[in-house]
Design a protein around this ligand. Structure first.
Ligand code: ADP
Ligand code: MG
Length: 352
C-alpha cells in the first residue's frame, strides 16, 4: 500500500553530492590527469610535469609553473562550483578549459588530494582533502606554481576500482590525454613520467615548448607527437566557411590503419571526442578508404565561441555547434578537396 509509506525527500550532504559529480567527471586516471593539466594550462603554465604510478591508480602528480593559488583561496578552490574562470553571466563566451568549478572537489571526493601552491607575492601554502573533508591550510615550501597530488583514486569506491583496466592500459590512456593537450598548447613544455615503485621514474613522453609563430609551433609539435611518418604522409588543410575555420593535417588514404588510429580533433583549442566531427572525418574519406580503415588526422576548428556550446557534458569533451551541418560540411568538403588534389598530384607525378 503506497499511501502508508511515504518516501522521504532529503537534501544530500556535500560529500555525497561531490561523489555523484565525480562519477561524471572522473572516470579513470586519465580523466583526472586531463582536469589537472587543463587547470595548469588555464593558469598560464609554460612547464607542466605529470607523474603517475601504477597507471595513475596509486599516484597522479601534476606540477606547473602557472599563476598559483593564494593560500587563503585554497579552500574555495576545493569547493563545488567555485571558479576563477567565469562569472556565470555568459556561458557562450568561454575561453578557458575549465569553467564548472567541479574538478578539484570531485577529485577530493574520490581520492586523497593535496595541493601545494604559491601565487605571486604570497607565501606558499598547502591543503589536503581526506574523505571529502578539506583540512587546514598550512605553510609550505614552493618557489612558484602549483603541485597537485592525487593518491589512491577510487580507494573509497571499490565498485569503480573494479572498472579500472590494467596499469598499462591506464598509463596509455594518460599518455593519450597528455599528448592531446600538448597538441592544443604547443608553447607549453610537457613531461610525463612513470614513477611506479618510487624514485625519479622513467620519462614516457616529453615535448619541449615550441617557439616561433603559431603555425611553426603547431607544425613542430604535431611532428613531434604524431611522428615523421605521419608528417610525410599527410596533407595540410586550411579552409573557412561562414565563420568556422578549419586547419590541420590529415593522412593520405595510403597511410590509414585498421584500428588504434590517431584522430585528434580540437574545437577552439579544446580536445574533443565528438561523434559529429569523427563522423564527418569518416565521411570525407568515404570515397578513398574502405569502411574498416581509419584515417589519422589532427584537425582544429576555430570559431567565435558564440557558435559552439562547450557546456554539454561535465567532462567537456563534447561540443554542440549552433549549425552542426555547417561544421560537418566544412570538414567533408575541405578534406575531400585536399585529398582529391593530393591524388591528382600523385598520379601526375607517376605519369611524369
Ligand atoms: P575550474 O577549472 O572549472 O575553474 P577546478 O575545480 O578545476 O574548476 O578548479 C577550481 C579553481 O582552482 C580554478 O578556477 C582556479 O582558480 C584554481 N586552480 C585549480 N588548479 C589550479 C592551478 N594548477 N593553478 C592555479 N589555479 C588553479
Ligand atoms: Mg578545472
Amino acid at each position: 500500500n503506497i499511501g502508508e509509506k511515504r518516501p522521504v525527500i532529503r537534501q544530500l550532504d556535500e560529500g555525497a553530492i561531490n561523489r555523484i559529480a565525480a562519477g561524471e567527471v572522473v572516470e579513470r586516471p586519465a580523466s583526472a590527469v586531463k582536469e589537472l593539466v587543463e587547470n595548469a594550462l588555464d593558469a598560464g603554465a609554460r612547464r607542466i610535469e605529470v607523474a603517475i604510478a601504477d597507471g595513475g591508480k596509486t599516484l597522479i602528480r601534476v606540477s606547473d609553473d602557472g599563476c598559483g593559488i593564494a593560500g587563503g583561496d585554497l579552500p574555495l578552490a576545493l569547493s563545488r562550483h567555485a571558479t576563477s574562470k567565469i562569472d556565470g553571466s555568459d556561458l557562450l563566451n568561454i575561453h578557458s578549459f575549465g569553467f564548472r568549478g567541479e574538478a578539484l572537489p570531485s577529485l577530493g571526493a574520490v581520492g586523497r588530494l593535496s595541493i601545494t601552491s604559491r601565487a605571486a607575492g604570497e607565501d606558499a601554502a598547502a591543503v589536503s582533502v581526506t574523505g571529502g573533508r578539506i583540512g587546514p591550510v598550512k605553510p609550505a615550501a614552493l618557489s612558484r606554481g602549483t603541485i597537485v597530488e592525487l593518491r589512491d583514486l577510487f580507494h573509497a569506491t571499490p565498485a569503480r576500482l573494479k572498472f579500472m583496466r590494467s596499469d598499462r592500459a591506464e598509463a596509455q590512456a594518460v599518455m593519450d590525454v597528455v599528448k592531446r593537450l600538448a597538441m592544443a598548447e604547443p608553447f607549453a613544455g610537457f613531461t610525463l613520467r612513470d614513477v611506479t615503485g618510487g624514485g625519479e621514474g622513467r620519462v614516457s613522453f616529453r615535448a619541449e615548448a615550441e617557439t616561433g609563430d603559431m603555425f611553426d609551433a603547431l607544425q613542430g609539435r604535431l611532428g613531434r607527437i604524431l611522428g615523421r611518418e605521419f608528417a610525410e604522409n599527410s596533407i595540410a588543410v586550411d579552409a573557412e566557411r561562414e565563420g568556422l575555420h578549419l586547419t590541420g593535417y590529415a593522412a593520405l588514404p595510403t597511410y590509414s590503419r585498421g584500428s588504434g588510429v590517431a584522430q585528434y580533433l580540437f574545437v577552439n583549442g579544446r580536445p574533443v571526442r565528438d561523434k559529429l566531427l569523427i563522423g564527418a572525418l569518416r565521411g570525407a574519406y568515404a570515397d578513398f578508404l574502405s569502411r574498416d580503415r581509419h584515417p589519422a588526422a589532427a584537425l582544429f576548428i576555430d570559431c567565435d565561441p558564440q557558435l559552439v556550446d562547450v557546456n554539454v557534458h561535465p567532462a567537456k569533451s563534447e561540443v554542440r555547434f549552433r549549425d552542426p551541418g555547417l561544421a560537418r560540411g566544412l570538414i567533408v568538403s575541405a578534406l575531400r578537396h585536399a585529398l582529391a588534389e593530393a591524388g591528382h598530384r600523385a598520379s601526375s607525378t607517376v605519369a611524369g
